[in-house]
Design a protein around this ligand. Sequence first.
Ligand SMILES: NC(=O)c1ccc[n+]([C@@H]2O[C@H](COP(=O)([O-])OP(=O)(O)OC[C@H]3O[C@@H](n4cnc5c(N)ncnc54)[C@H](O)[C@@H]3O)[C@@H](O)[C@H]2O)c1
Length: 249
Amino acid sequence: MATLNFNFAGKLAIVTGGAAGIGFKLTTSYLEAGGKVVVWDYSQDALNNAQKELGKYASQVTFQQVDVTNRTSVEAAIKALPGPVDILVNNAGITRDKSFAKMTDVDWDAVISTNLTGIYNVTKGLFEKFNTASSHKRVINISSVVGLYGNFGQANYAATKAGVIGFTKTLAKELGRKGFTVNAIAPGFIKTAMTNAMPKEVLEGMAAKVPLQRLGEVDDIANACLFLSSEQASYITGTVISVDGGIVL
Ligand SMILES: NC(=O)c1ccc[n+]([C@@H]2O[C@H](COP(=O)([O-])OP(=O)(O)OC[C@H]3O[C@@H](n4cnc5c(N)ncnc54)[C@H](O)[C@@H]3O)[C@@H](O)[C@H]2O)c1
């Protein structure tokens, strides 16, 4: 599947968790569209792999090891930025799935501090680092369908992904006058390394629950994200785009 044809020449995007999975596709898509990208990820292995794979974009991309849960780490990365920011994609996220009865404080705290406090840390830290001259400042937060309808075994994760939506809508109201649009994307079941390792029957069972009868591709998320980042989306703010084949219905 090809991504849409956008032009991000002269724009700087930060993608958290941008070295693997959906984030890596987002990084690649902004680079293909001529943008500059700063990849923030806490996995040095993932950063090394991404750097290898994106060798041909070396002049457009920089990689920084950042833990979004750690404000000192975020501050250090901000000091090393190559210039003012135009686009922030808060994509880094984790799961620690267990039924509520079995969930531990450690499971709860890990997911809240990455998926929710991490988004606060990064957005708060970068707020003053956006390109003041630009009226097209973009923040895109990666939520999940689970934040809209809940999911067995994901009380911690669903709470964060619903929280991301409240955060998005509030920032859209507060920051519109400062030239920001702030939106969320709620992916459904997306094919990644994790789903690729699952048995075929399980994947077919998941696809059968989706009105469009297939799992999503990382390109589906990239298409929505690049659109929300583009000039063409300049009157869209505070919304949640479900990219889920209709499973939320
Ligand atoms: N894959 C899906 O089906 C799906 C569905 C709905 C929502 N999402 C959301 O999309 C986003 C990306 O998911 P994915 O499937 O690509 O996950 P992934 O695990 O493949 O990639 C996540 C990346 O985030 C990084 N990361 C995790 N914690 C971090 C931290 N504290 N600081 C910096 N980087 C950190 C990881 O190193 C990794 O590179 C997440 O927010 C996830 O909740 C995914």
